[in-house]
Design a binder for this molecule. Sequence first.
Ligand SMILES: C[S@@+](CC[C@H](N)C(=O)[O-])C[C@H]1O[C@@H](n2cnc3c(N)ncnc32)[C@H](O)[C@@H]1O
Ligand code: SF4
Ligand code: SF4
Length: 330
Amino acid sequence: MKDEAVKEKIWYSEAKECKFELKEYGQYYVTIFEKNSSETSIQKTPAIYYYGRGQYCNFFKIEEMEMTNNCNLNCHNCGTPTTGYKKGFIDDSTVMSTLSWTRKGQTLNYHRVGEPLLHPKLCTYIQWGVDAGVKPVISTNGVLLTEEMLIRLYNAGLRHLVITLHTKKSLDSFLMCCKWFADNNIEVANFSKRHLKEYDENGNMMFFQGKVLAFSQEEEQGKYVRNNLDSIPSEFRELLQMTPVHTWAGNVEGTKRNLSSDDVINHQKNCYFIKQHVINVRWDGTIVGCCFDFENENELGNIREYTSLNNSLDKYRLCKQCDANWAIKE
Ligand SMILES: C[S@@+](CC[C@H](N)C(=O)[O-])C[C@H]1O[C@@H](n2cnc3c(N)ncnc32)[C@H](O)[C@@H]1O
Ligand code: SF4
Ligand code: SF4
């Protein structure tokens, strides 16, 4: 392999075999899949080959890098206010370690549990991500999103922004952003269109959304926004998205349940995180199996020991409480 022409790897898929070509001197990705949908075990993970080191390791996709699990709101649709996990903020070396394992061109969520705009170095980390070749994504409650902050984030290279419309302040921030993009002739598309081919090549497109959690009309959480959607100027309404709610696998207070073992298997079989080897990095560098995991029940390892992550199914203990609507298929 050392002497072979080095070409570019193509995107990884669930196919049994994935063709690859390698381009640059450095880290090689060698991706081999074994898929057997009748079994519930995790498909064999692909491997990374380190040029010159002759060493393989499991291969995962890091989708989320948690800035902090602190928050300035207290939404009762969320486990952040009640989590018992230690609170803190990600540091430079954890960001660096995480970025070093990302793939060029991938999106990377800078939110998970908590409010990312509370992190004083968020803009610096966005810039680092852009420099490392990823597309940073932020979901925020909008409380700290001033026009000055929006400009700083945009100038750092942020092109994927979601504001969850929890409160009046969130809605005001959403409208401020809509106006700023329009005033500055920035082309904007709904965040949900980011995967569409026609938007692929446009590096300057701003993907943006006001996310409305689809609670029932009586529910207090987000009520102000749901009652005032008509006040949003019509040209900005296409940037809204109604999103179904879940309980974060029972991490919302009072929602814990225990699935039957058949249901657990069904969830795991259909779970996007498990099937695609998607993982999350927490603020302290620990790695968990999915974004529902507030308490590190599915802890797989640490970003500083990335090459020895263990994603065996028995590590996924939280699945017995899972209510992800997208992980259920009869
Ligand atoms: C935990 S929040 C953290 C980011 C930020 N604080 C926010 O609220 O946008 C991460 C994502 O989960 C979404 N979310 C929060 N509670 C939810 C629920 N019960 N069901 C579905 N999505 C939810 C938010 O809209 C946000 O995009
Ligand atoms: S949904 Fe977001 S804003 Fe609300 S408590 Fe959770 S992390 Fe905070
Ligand atoms: S808790 Fe649900 S979303 Fe998380 S890994 Fe298990 S099945 Fe997937």
